[in-house]
Ligand binder design. Structure first.
Ligand code: 13P
Ligand code: SF4
Length: 331
């Protein structure tokens, strides 16, 4: 039997008390089904405010997990529980080792304020929350790091080295990366774990030079998960929502090359917009979710046999929520 997934999904959305959430990096046909769409921060905030008891989250694992932590009364299902490759680079053990590294270099544990990028597992957020730290996203990292610095403590930034380094540069701060550059935490304001996004590592300064040579007037806009050398050579850096706004306000004749995930760039204005890479920058885990997966997940609610439900252990949720709430409280 052939199923028309789109009309079935629409029927189930009408019938059930469910909100379908989709990140910008989702495949077009899945993204179009989203009742709530946005960047990581917008999705976390809007899911928290949403009234429906069921959330079906089309994104990567840490996103659905964050909704469950912030709003534990909700039932959160994910059509695919696909784990962001960067989030997978850090766990509680690596976090403790990073803290210990700073302690071994002569910094008191009480003098460390951890900040974790939202692209991390709830267990890492819980460790951060228990130490009085914050979660941040690419759209509020400047504000969160500024807030963290008010404590007068050294910032331990996990798991994305690039985000930590890029905001340190933007704020005129000194950063170092654990395990490289003879990192001396005593000399730095922000000490970064050496994690990264393999998709955003695809964009290089050579790509920027290629486009600038071809179109001298071109603008370059990139996500701050790109390497600092790439961000420094670009005209604009921002979260997925900020990139969309930046491109939308450009003159229609203004050429722009964008360094972020393919599905999003491909959905931007068609004329004069280029992908800043000769390799198609697709996020494998974001692309795992299909229309069929979304349909099956909604159908499982209708059949009263929910699949792929996100469960977070209560003790982990308690401390992870502290770190997330400290972020959400900062307007
Ligand atoms: P945004 O918070 O900008 O949506 O980014 C999420 C992400 O995973 C980027 O790779
Ligand atoms: Fe994770 Fe990178 Fe994919 Fe974003 S693009 S979800 S950071 S692997």
């Amino acid at each position: 039997m052939n199923i028309d997934y789109k009309s079935e999904i629409n029927r189930l959305k009408e019938k059930l008390d469910v909100t379908v959430v989709a990140h910008y990096y989702q495949r077009d046909e899945v993204f179009e089904m989203g009742d709530i769409t946005g960047d990581s921060l917008e999705l976390a905030r809007r899911c928290n405010d949403d009234k429906n008891p069921w959330v079906v989250f089309c994104g990567v694992g840490f996103m659905g997990q964050s909704v469950k932590v912030i709003a534990p009364h909700k039932r959160v299902l994910m059509p695919k529980i696909a784990c962001c490759a960067m989030a997978r680079m850090m766990d509680g053990v690596y976090f403790e080792e990073s803290v210990q590294y700073m302690v071994d270099k002569g910094i008191d544990r009480d003098n460390i304020l951890p900040i974790t990028y939202i692209n991390s597992d709830a267990s890492v957020k819980a460790k951060v929350g228990a130490m009085g730290g914050f979660v941040c996203t690419s759209s509020n990292a400047f504000a969160i790091i500024s807030k963290g610095l008010e404590s007068g403590k050294k910032i331990l930034f996990v798991p994305d080295r690039c985000l930590g380094q890029n905001f340190a540069i933007q704020m005129g701060l000194k950063s170092c990366v654990i395990g490289i550059d003879d990192c001396d935490p005593k000399e730095a304001d922000i000490i970064c774990f050496n994690g990264f996004c393999s998709v955003h590592q695809l964009f290089t300064v050579d790509d920027i030079e290629f486009y600038r040579e071809k179109y001298p007037e071109i603008k370059i806009a990139v996500h701050p998960e790109c390497d600092p050398a790439v961000v420094l050579a670009s005209d604009f850096s921002g979260s997925t929502s900020q990139l969309i706004k930046y491109v939308a306000q450009l003159d229609p004749d203004q050429k722009v090359a964008v360094g972020t995930e393919y599905n999003l760039v491909n959905r931007m204005r068609k004329e004069n917009t280029f992908v800043l890479s000769s390799t198609k920058p697709e996020c494998p885990t974001m692309n795992e979710t299909t229309l069929e997966d979304l349909y099956l997940t909604l159908k499982s609610i209708e059949d009263d046999k929910p699949i792929n439900e996100i469960i977070v252990e209560p003790e982990v949720a308690k401390y992870a929520n502290m770190a997330l709430q400290r972020m959400l409280d900062l307007k």
